[in-house]
Design a protein around this ligand. Structure first.
Ligand SMILES: [Zn+2]
Ligand SMILES: [Zn+2]
Length: 559
């Protein structure tokens, strides 16, 4: 172990981000001291356009698996996918105790059921203290776009670490319980060694508006409307869903809920008491036909334009119960997550084409972010007064902007550490340094049941296949003589439409035949050599004729 100059022999507390840096997604941070490891969050991210066929992306758990005896438990800040989505995959490797608030663990439990796993889930209330190994964690209520979110004050042998979790400062949240500012100020007075802070909106000036403003905007829309109203939002934003239901009730409308995750989360939230729906308000989505338009609100998934979501299917007339019709009012109560702009725009276009009125966040205040803007970040920095700071939860530009905010508030540049996933901070009494140590933290790709079996080489092939298609050359070769006795035949997929390109395929076949004959005449008999010759010949031939480079796969059968 590396010995630090000022603390000879003292073991450092290590902070190791396994995800969430230089990305918005798969948040996961590891704290380690001697023989104890605790984990904060375990999220997933969604694949980018280059990750063909990948379902989700999760953090690399190999450091934790290698140190499995040290891992004492995990605490969750809130129930968003980018904080809990990878838990089933971790639990398949390590069954550790998990601590979280009620709604958070309710969402985790639903997830574990889908995977057929049982977890050691321990429900806590904001304000409660939890001990995980040598770490004593005080949980503090905070406000975000999901109920029951917490931030963490972690007492470690090196000093206090404060983790903001995802947050915004909402003085008037829907459940009436704002952030515990007094607690934050107390922590600041006691002294915080290191703060880890949400950077998602660090580029935005000012303040994020309160969830209340959305309520006002919704009321204004409902008040003037006789139309059937459909609203799409994130299923996990229980407060938003509550606001939509309250507004529906206010204007004498019934509510139908659509989309698997919306139905699941709504059921859970009702069961746990986070969502209150008066009697006789809910109607079955399949039984809305006889309800007059002006007496109905449909709450649905699909605010991100996901092609398989209920809203997308309604917009393309593929939904069983609901079809968008002229005069419908559709409210997208969300803003596109970076990268989803195109799919959202597709759905908005389709809805307009079907004759619906569409209201989205560009044209009305029907969405507010769940993350703090610059002024809110300044307030938290000023209350917590950390000695060192590490921006988290954001792309590099967000981390950088958050670092600048800290600098402008007077923190010395050398006390601000911008890390990459897998890099390691060492904390000793009054001192935090970035080390050269690194642990594996590359993204792990999940495709169906395969976890991590798709890497760069497979992705490169998929990219090639998707761009230029595939040509297979099949030939049967007689074992005794090495002569071709059948073929070569050429089969292609995703390259050209064969019927309209018979001549091209015919001449390709001739070229391959001629090359094989030449190989035979030259005495070439080994299969690898023959395959390479066929590949080369065909590659050059196809490129010359079409300027394309499909994947070429020779298959020889011995007969
Ligand atoms: Zn969140
Ligand atoms: Zn998040």
């Amino acid at each position: 172990m590396k010995i630090l100059e000022n603390n000879k022999g003292a073991s450092p507390v290590k902070v190791i981000p396994l995800g969430g840096l230089n990305e918005v997604g798969k948040n996961m941070t590891v704290l380690e001291y001697k023989n104890d490891i605790m984990i904060i969050d375990c999220g997933l991210s969604f694949p980018d356009d280059e990750m063909f066929g990948i379902d989700i992306v999760i953090p690399d758990f190999s450091y934790l698996i290698k140190n499995r005896d040290k891992v004492k438990g995990m605490i969750l800040t809130h129930g968003h996918e980018d904080h809990i989505g990878a838990i089933p995959y971790l639990l398949k490797e390590l069954n550790l105790p998990i601590y979280g608030t009620r709604l958070t663990l309710g969402l985790v439990e639903n997830k574990l059921k889908e995977h057929g796993i049982k977890g050691k889930l321990n429900t806590i209330k904001a304000g409660q203290t939890v001990k995980i190994g040598e770490f004593k964690i005080e949980t503090i209520r905070t406000t975000h776009s999901i109920a029951d979110a917490i931030c963490l004050a972690i007492d470690t042998p090196a000093g206090m670490i404060f983790h903001t979790g995802d947050f915004k400062i909402d003085y008037t949240p829907l459940d009436g319980e704002p952030i515990d500012f007094q607690k934050l100020a107390e922590l600041g007075n006691k002294g915080v060694l290191l703060m880890l802070g949400d950077s998602t909106n660090a580029e935005r000036k000012g303040y994020t508006a309160s969830e209340k403003t959305v309520g006002v905007a919704l009321e204004n829309i409902f008040r003037g409307s006789e139309a059937r109203i459909l609203t799409a939002t994130f299923s996990s934003n229980v407060h938003r869903v509550q606001r939509i239901i309250d507004t529906a009730v206010m204007f004498g409308r019934k509510v139908a809920i659509s989309g698997r995750s919306m139905v699941n989360v709504a059921n859970l939230a009702v069961e746990l008491g986070y969502l209150k729906i008066p009697e006789n308000v809910l109607v079955d989505i399949n039984k809305t036909k006889n309800i007059p338009d002006k007496e109905l609100v449909i709450i649905t998934t699909g605010s991100q334009g996901e092609p398989m979501s209920a809203l997308s299917r309604m917009a393309s007339a593929e939904h069983k119960a609901i079809q968008i019709k002229k005069g419908d009012m559709v409210i997208l109560s969300s803003s596109p997550v970076p990268g989803n702009e195109k799919t959202v725009s597709n759905v908005v276009n389709k809805l307009f084409e079907k004759g619906a009125d569409v209201i989205y966040s560009d044209i009305a205040d029907i969405h507010v972010s769940g993350h703090a803007c610059a002024e809110e970040l300044k307030l938290v920095h000023s209350l917590i007064k950390p000695k060192y700071f590490m921006p988290v939860h954001g792309e590099y530009r967000h981390l950088r902007q958050h670092a600048l905010i800290a600098e402008n508030l007077g923190m010395p540049t050398e006390n601000i550490h911008i890390l990459e996933n897998g890099q390691v901070l060492h904390l000793t009494k009054d001192r935090v340094v970035k080390t050269k140590e690194e642990v594996p933290a590359s993204p792990v790709l999940v495709d169906g049941l395969g976890v991590g079996d798709v890497g760069n080489i497979v992705l490169r092939d998929r990219k090639l296949l998707s761009e230029s298609g595939l040509i297979i050359v099949v030939a049967a070769i007689e074992k005794s003589t090495g002569m071709i006795c059948s073929g070569p035949d050429i089969i292609s997929r995703g390259f050209v439409y064969v019927r309209e390109n018979e001549d091209l395929m015919k001449s390709a076949r001739t070229a391959v035949s001629a090359r094989l004959d030449k190989c035979y005449a030259d005495g070439l008999r080994d299969w690898a050599g023959l395959k390479n010759a066929v590949k080369d010949e065909l590659k050059n031939f196809i490129y010359e004729k079409t300027k394309r480079s499909p994947v070429i796969l020779p298959i020889f059968l011995e007969v």
